[in-house]
Design a protein. Structure first.
Length: 94
């Protein structure tokens, strides 16, 4: 019985790792910026290609100000707490 449980645990961990790797692989092709503690800490290559902005334009800047610049919308602080609603937004390039 212990061997089956251990195999199931290993299988679950392997499946989780495979899903994570697949997600990260897909994410590498999608434009994104990473925010931590309200600061932009990373921007990937597809993001810079799509927008024309460089990492230096946004790295360590306040996330709310970056969103306001990208979308040219006067977002409130609440936007950082919730996901975007179904409204259509446009990202403005440099």
């Amino acid at each position: 019985m212990d061997i089956i449980v251990n195999n199931n645990v290993l299988s679950t961990r392997r499946d989780t790792a495979m899903k994570r790797d697949k997600f990260l692989n897909i994410l590498s092709y999608l434009p994104c910026l990473i925010v931590r503690d309200r600061r932009v800490v990373d921007i990937n290559y597809p993001f810079t290609e799509m927008t024309g902005y460089s990492q230096d334009d946004f790295i360590f800047k306040d996330a709310l100000e970056v969103l306001r610049q990208l979308f040219r919308e006067n977002f409130s602080e609440e936007i950082l707490k919730y996901e975007f609603d179904a409204k259509e937004y446009r990202i403005y390039t440099k």
